[in-house]
Ligand binder design. Structure first.
Ligand code: TYM
Length: 372
């Protein structure tokens, strides 16, 4: 494990040491005791929890205590619309959907077209805004309950967001923003202000309903710096600190360092055809197999670095099937071409369902968008 890695909301590089991030970010590891509590309420554990894909949290115990006392929470998650949705984005969403189903709660989904306009030099607000609508369809295709899902497109909901964002802004100094996000004197002022907008959905339902409602934010660990700030400020405004739960990254095809992203390397998109998926995986998925078939049969492959296996941890929910693949690959019975084929089939089946759902989702998106 190298110690040279970086995780910020806008950039992830190097081989991420999650244990170190727990310390550096100050999140808590998810313990077996917490898992038991979640299981007690949900009736089962999602495989992302069983496999520690969701590995850390802030204040989940508090949130569940409130829930036990009859105080329901709401969910909040989001997306920065800078491109097409890839499989990595789905990791927090798949989990969010499970929580919505198991706890029967409301969900707020923020599309930060303002953020991506401010941070991407080559994108206009029209670009990011129209991508927000595409991303929203991908999101709804996962099957969120449209009656309980509310979509916020930042540039179109500013009447409600802005008055709350400036309350956050008044409690936040430039020096905090610089130190938390690594922004500097050359950053544009929109970038400096932006985190206040991402803070708002964590308490907006409390504002709208006129009472404090607990909030749970599922996301991958890179977004935590925003919510560290949010958690510091909300009590000063009279609201609860939001609870949060963090996942690891779906690694890029090319190897376990970094995260799958559109800006670097190959990503698999929801819109990829079955043939494109096959080609990308066959060509780019880093193999933990040995150089020759002979050697592989003798010594077996390394699942710790084999991307096909690592991706199956995210997309094969059946523990027994996954264990069987691991055993066969590590013992050399299964070759790299075979494990890649298993992954190709799995992803293509998954995407086929999403593509069908997406057509239906187009209608529900409009109904779910909150308007000023
Ligand atoms: P964005 O669009 O960068 O990412 C959307 C969500 O996907 C997660 N993510 C990943 N998870 C696993 N593996 C990956 N390879 C991977 N790449 C991205 C991100 O952590 C995120 O949860 N500023 C935010 C948008 C936002 C938001 C929120 C996100 C607004 N409010 C509340 C989470 C929660 C952004 O640009 O996300």
């Amino acid at each position: 494990m190298t110690s040279d890695f970086k995780v910020t909301p806008w950039e992830t590089t190097g081989e991420v040491d999650y244990e170190r991030l727990i310390k550096d970010f100050g999140v808590e590891k998810i313990t077996d005791t917490l898992l038991k509590k979640i299981e007690k309420h949900a009736g089962e554990l999602h495989y992302f929890l069983r496999r520690k894909i969701f590995f850390a949290h802030r204040d989940m115990n508090w949130l569940l205590e409130k829930y036990e006392k009859g105080e329901k929470f709401f969910l909040y998650t989001g997306r920065g619309p800078s491109g097409k949705t890839h499989l990595g984005h789905l990791v927090p969403y798949i989990f969010t959907k499970w929580i919505q189903d198991k706890f029967d709660v409301e969900l707020y989904y923020q599309l930060t077209d303002d953020e991506k306009f401010l941070f991407k030099q080559d994108m206009s607000l029209e670009d990011t805004n129209s991508l927000a609508y595409e991303n929203a369809k991908d999101f709804m295709a996962l099957g969120f309950n449209p009656k309980k899902t509310h979509i916020i497109i930042d540039s179109e909901y500013s009447g409600k967001l802005y008055p709350q964002a400036i309350k956050v802004a008044k409690k936040l100094t430039f020096s905090t923003v610089k130190s938390v996000f690594g922004l500097n004197d050359s950053s544009n002022v929109g970038q400096i202000f932006f985190t206040t907008i991402q803070a708002v959905p964590a308490f907006l339902p409390s504002v709208l309903k006129g009472k404090n409602i607990p909030c749970l934010i599922p996301h991958a660990i890179d977004q935590d710096p925003h919510f560290r700030i949010t958690r510091d400020i909300l009590p000063k405004l009279g609201y609860y600190k939001p609870a949060s739960i963090q996942s690891v990254f779906l690694p890029p095809l090319e190897g376990i360092a970094g995260k799958m992203s559109s800006s670097e390397g190959q990503a698999v998109y929801l819109t990829d055809s079955p043939n494109e998926v096959r080609k990308k995986i066959m060509k780019y998925a880093f193999s933990g197999g040995k150089d020759t078939v002979e050697e592989h049969r003798k010594k077996g492959g390394n699942t710790d670095i084999d991307i096909s296996y690592q991706w199956l941890r995210f997309f094969e929910p059946d523990d027994r099937k996954l264990a069987n693949i691991k055993e066969k690959y590590e013992s050399g019975q299964m070759l790299t071409g075979e494990i890649k084929q298993i992954l190709v089939d799995k992803i293509n089946k998954f995407l086929e369902v999403l593509k069908k759902n997406r057509e239906k989702a187009e209608k529900s998106v409009e109904k779910c968008i909150l308007r000023d």
